[in-house]
Design a protein around this ligand. Structure first.
Ligand code: ZN
Length: 238
C-alpha cells in the first residue's frame, strides 16, 4: 500500500497540481491541514480536497477562516491573508473545512496538523518538544505538519531520540513523528514543493521534492491582494 502524505498546501494550487502529478498512483492521500492561507487559490485547493476525498485534518489557518476570533494568534499579514482567503471560499468550501477533525487516524497512524498534544498550535522543532509529543501519541507513527520542515523524530537502538532532516527514503521505527514538509510554502530554503509517500507495509517513507510553476503561484497571490512578501518568499523557500 502506498499513501501520499501532504501538508500545508496553503492555497498554492500550482504546487498542489505538480505534487498530484508527481504522486502518480497511490492508494490514498493524507492531508495534514492548512489547506488554505497565504496562497492565491484556496478555493481550488479545497475543491481538490473535496473531490479527491483526502483524509484531512484541520490546520490553524483553516480554523481561522471559520472563526475570525482566533486571528489574535496571527501576525498582521497572516491575518490579512486569512480575511482574503475567507472571501474567496464558497459556503461549501467552508462547510468542508468546518467538518475536519483536529485528530484523525489512517492505517494505525495518528494525523495532526501541529502536534499530538496541541493539534492546532504547537511547533515541534526540538528534541524535548518531540519527546513530550511522542509520549502523548503513544506507540504509533504520527504524521504532523505546521513547521513546514520535512523530517523524522525517532529513537535509535539505544533509545536516544534523533532528528533526521528529510532525505529520500527513511525506514521508520515506531513510535515516530514524521513531517512531510509543506506543499505550498516550503521553509527549509528549498523552494520546491515538499511531500512524502508512506508505505505502511515496509514501514518506510520517501521524502520527495517537486518543481512547480512558481511564477503563476506568485501572480495568483498578488492578484488576490495578498501581502507581496507571500509571493516573494516562494522563491526563497523561507
Ligand atoms: Zn502552515
Amino acid at each position: 500500500m502506498k499513501i501520499g502524505v501532504i501538508s500545508d498546501v496553503h492555497g498554492n494550487w500550482q504546487a498542489l497540481e505538480a505534487v498530484i502529478a508527481d504522486l502518480g498512483s497511490v492508494d490514498m492521500v493524507i492531508c495534514l491541514g492548512d489547506t488554505v492561507g497565504y496562497g492565491g487559490n484556496p478555493e481550488l485547493c479545497c475543491e481538490e480536497g473535496i473531490r479527491a476525498g483526502w483524509s484531512t485534518v484541520l490546520g490553524n489557518h483553516d480554523q481561522a477562516c471559520l472563526d475570525l476570533n482566533v486571528l489574535s494568534w496571527f501576525n498582521e499579514r497572516a491575518a490579512r491573508s486569512v480575511r482574503i482567503t475567507k472571501e474567496r471560499l464558497e459556503p461549501r468550501h467552508l462547510d468542508w473545512l468546518r467538518g475536519l477533525p483536529e485528530r484523525a487516524q489512517a492505517e494505525g497512524a495518528l494525523l495532526v496538523h501541529a502536534s499530538p498534544r496541541h493539534p492546532l498550535h504547537e511547533y515541534i522543532f526540538d528534541l524535548p518538544t518531540a519527546a513530550a509529543n511522542l509520549a502523548e501519541a503513544g506507540p504509533r507513527i504520527c504524521f504532523f505538519g505546521h513547521t513546514h520542515l520535512p523530517g523524522v523524530f525517532q529513537r535509535e537502538d539505544a533509545g536516544q531520540l534523533t532528528y533526521t532532516y528529510r532525505k529520500g527514503k527513511v525506514r521508520l521505527r515506531t513510535p515516530a513523528l514524521v513531517n512531510p514538509g509543506s506543499v505550498g510554502q516550503p521553509r527549509d530554503g528549498d523552494p520546491t514543493a515538499s511531500y512524502l509517500v508512506w508505505e505502511p507495509d515496509s514501514g518506510s517513507v520517501d521524502f520527495r521534492r517537486v518543481n512547480y510553476d512558481r511564477e503563476a503561484a506568485k501572480q495568483a497571490i498578488l492578484e488576490a491582494g495578498m501581502p507581496p512578501s507571500f509571493a516573494s518568499r516562494l522563491d526563497l523557500g523561507r
